[in-house]
Ligand binder design. Structure first.
Ligand code: ATP
Ligand code: MG
Length: 389
């Protein structure tokens, strides 16, 4: 791997694999610190490509595109989890790449990810790996009811089937084309939370405050961050676990770890993403250092300082269905009314068309008082047609 010896100062060019909204917000953070940026994404109108100094419009595995990215940039990061490991390896031969290929590969595969949890002593749901008919038959009763998840390529609840019996399990595995899967015990959740940790090349780690997340239909809907919205004991456990997981593979970059708080108060890890995360978007408006600035700092080798949350924050995801409340015809949500509310920060990703489940943008409400911020977020949600939370 190409080792980066020196700090990359503003004026250098930072690259990102993938042109989605996470890449777009990375580009914004990098540019505001005075860096130039390059995005590799085949989509000519990708959210990050539209705002970057350079946009290489090729497939992620196109050798010539990767060579061009390495020529333009002094260091490269990724904004999506399923970036081909081979592409990261080719880039790493020439440039500093963060996160490293190993961490990306582990996070791409639920079975390897769970092995990493176990290695680091962090508890997760009981599970079984299912790659063969024998493994399917040998699943212990205790895992039912459960959730069958494809080991690879799942996101936003895709590639997951809830199963109550062995018969349902067998037909669910058929419906997933018998690809490698994990079966997880279905847990009784009291709450979900996540932590973003950033680890520098020198091993120093900092984190964002623990975020409380609400999912609807397998997709993140709301993130709330204010004092005590996650009980302090569990919050501290989550931070310790996230540090252990980052330390566990000598991680460099921003890592998001998602947790479940169970009914008996136990905290177990769900999954991790080797990049900034939707649940950390609030940090752009609620903290003095955002998750994207942390990504820039870890990539460039700049100092990491602990982010300070200056405002309670509630983040609402804006999914494509909000554009179709009037019927078949795509129409913009009532931005004027929403923007008339105090402390509303609207972030739209520049996607050209809306469709159901597509992440079009998000909105963060900040203020001085958690209860008021929450009330304003509920008002915004009602104006937009987002379910109460
Ligand atoms: P992401 O968009 O976060 O990558 P994903 O598709 O990888 O999502 P998971 O995080 O595995 O999916 O699951 C999505 C949601 O489904 C969780 O946030 C949680 O609400 C629910 N869920 C997943 N696994 C379990 C479980 N074992 N028990 C109960 N609920 C679960
Ligand atoms: Mg998840």
């Amino acid at each position: 791997m190409a080792q980066q010896q020196d700090v990359l100062l503003p004026g250098a060019t930072l690259g990102v694999m993938g042109g989605g909204q996470l890449g777009r917000m990375f580009v914004h953070a990098a540019q505001s610190l005075g860096y130039f940026t390059a995005v590799l994404d085949p989509d000519a109108s990708s959210p990050a490509g539209l705002v970057s100094h350079h946009h290489i419009k090729t497939d992620y595995l196109d050798p010539a595109g990767l060579v061009r990215l390495a020529q333009l940039c002094q260091a490269v990061t990724t904004e999506f989890e399923n970036v081909p490991a081979q592409a990261m390896a080719q880039l790493a031969a020439q440039r500093f790449v963060s996160p490293g290929a190993e961490a990306v590969e582990v996070a791409q595969d639920r079975a390897r990810e769970k092995a990493h949890f176990q290695r680091c002593g962090v508890g997760c749901a009981e599970f079984a790996v299912i790659e063969t008919v024998e493994q399917l038959t040998a699943v212990p009763d205790a895992l039912l009811p459960g959730i069958l998840k494809t080991a690879r390529m799942g996101y936003d609840g895709k590639g997951q089937v809830r199963v109550a019996s062995r018969a349902e399990l067998a037909s669910a595995w058929e419906s997933l084309q018998r690809v490698p899967c994990v079966l997880e015990q279905l847990l009784q959740l009291q709450a979900e939370c996540s932590v973003l940790v950033a680890r520098g090349r020198d091993g120093r780690m900092v984190h964002l405050p623990v975020q409380r997340n609400l999912h609807q239909g397998g997709i993140l809907a709301v993130t709330e961050v204010f004092p005590d919205n996650v009980p302090p004991a569990q919050a501290q456990q989550a931070i310790d676990a996230a540090y252990a997981l980052a330390e566990g593979f000598g991680y460099v970059g921003v890592l998001c770890v998602e947790f479940f708080v169970l009914h008996d108060g136990r905290l177990v890890v769900n999954e991790m993403a080797p990049r900034p995360h939707n649940s950390g978007h609030w940090s752009v408006d609620g903290c003095d250092v955002s998750q994207f600035e942390l990504q820039v700092r870890t990539l460039a080798g700049l100092p990491l300082v602990a982010p300070r949350q200056h405002s309670p924050a509630v983040m609402l995801n804006l999914l494509g269905e909000l554009w179709f409340r009037g019927g078949e015809q795509e129409t913009q949500p009532p931005w004027q009314q929403v923007l008339a509310l105090p402390g509303v920060h609207l972030h739209l990703y520049g996607k050209q068309s809306a469709r159901k489940g597509r992440k079009m943008g998000h909105l963060t409400v900040t203020g001085t008082d958690g209860a008021r911020v929450r009330a304003t977020a509920l008002q915004a949600a009602r104006l937009l047609g987002i379910a109460d939370f």
